[in-house]
Design a protein around this ligand. Structure first.
Ligand SMILES: [Zn+2]
Length: 330
């Protein structure tokens, strides 16, 4: 049974007006911070190979985005937030978030989980293409792209600078509830703790990024194995349709937590609530349910925004959690 055709629902919509690419600038952040982020990306490897059973897996970095720590820890007391960041040797004026997309190669197909930000959320995204090249692949080698939710940092690379389809052969799997909320209607983003003009560019970046993929789109509802070895898990709250993923082969598993947490220092080791969570109660319930599963079953975890390569495990502590990074494998 071909899951790609099983769940495919091709959506034909008239092309969105205004093809100029919209760039959502980083939320705040000083020029010095941006320069530091840029220089920190030079020279080092942006890919990381490992295996999940018979599945060959590679974390491909798309670079980083950044914003004020407050956005990612909306309910943290100010002094405590600053102290936690200082204790983690992190800057207090901005927080860098990694963009850890995952390539899985299984059954003769190459599937990319998350497309990455491209330049939709600042200048330090869009590195996935050079990291694909570094492992001998190009965008044309990707057969399917599975998106956890449609925020720009997860879909931005779907569109080329001139408005074309960046992954020419790929079917793009998008959660149906996100499509309905962010693309089919004009979303009310007043819940997001960012200025109104940022929200407008954010919404436009989603529409623009997804527009070239509309002809090869597969809308999905989380909870099923949509590709052999890749099961989607309901994790709504951050967005209406957000899914997380379980990659599995034989006895091996990898749990991808998408945006249940932005940075482990503030959303795992501390229980602070990400400001962009649209339905904070539902998101909190999803976070606890999936973190509990990872901790109880000791499943290796990949955090999309965690420090590269984003692999580790979640530990349950007294009523809370701790992030334990995995040892680097050479
Ligand atoms: Zn994200």
């Amino acid at each position: 049974m071909n899951a790609l055709t099983l769940n495919r629902r091709t959506i034909m919509l008239s092309a969105a007006a205004g093809a100029s690419s919209l760039v959502v600038p980083p939320i705040g952040g000083s020029g010095r911070a941006k320069a530091q982020a840029a220089s920190s990306l030079g020279g080092n490897s942006g890919y990381y190979h490992f295996r999940v059973g018979d599945i060959r897996a590679t974390v491909l970095s798309d670079g980083v985005i950044s914003g004020p720590p407050r956005v990612y820890a909306s309910d943290a007391p100010e002094a405590e937030l600053r102290a936690v960041l200082r204790h983690a040797f992190l800057p207090t004026d901005h927080m860098n978030l990694n963009l850890n997309t995952l390539l899985i190669e299984t059954g003769g197909r190459r599937i990319l989980i998350e497309a990455g930000a491209g330049k939709t959320m600042g200048p330090n995204g869009g590195r996935i293409f050079e990291n694909l090249a570094a492992i001998g692949l190009s965008a044309a080698d990707i057969d399917a792209i599975v998106i956890s939710h449609t925020h720009p940092d997860h879909v931005g690379n779907l569109r080329t600078a001139d408005g074309g389809k960046a992954f020419p052969r790929a079917t793009v799997f998008v959660p149906k509830a996100d499509w309905d909320f962010f693309v089919r209607t004009d979303p009310d983003l007043s819940y997001m703790p960012v200025p109104q003009d940022f929200r407008a560019r954010f919404a436009a970046a989603i529409q623009n990024s997804l527009e070239p993929a509309k002809k090869e789109l597969a809308l999905y509802e989380a909870g099923a194995e949509i590709i052999p070895g890749l099961t989607t898990i309901v994790a709504s709250g951050h967005t209406p349709g957000m899914a997380t993923f379980l990659v599995h082969s034989g006895n091996d598993q990898l749990l991808l937590t998408a945006d249940l947490a932005y940075h482990p220092v503030v959303n795992v080791d501390r229980p602070w609530i990400p400001g962009p969570d649209r339905d904070k109660e539902t998101a909190l319930a999803s976070r606890r349910r999936i973190f509990d599963r990872a901790a109880t079953d000791r499943i290796p975890v990949l955090g999309f925004h965690f420090p590269f390569p984003g692999l580790g495990r979640l530990l349950k502590t007294d009523g809370a959690y701790a992030w334990v990074p995995a040892n680097w494998q050479f």
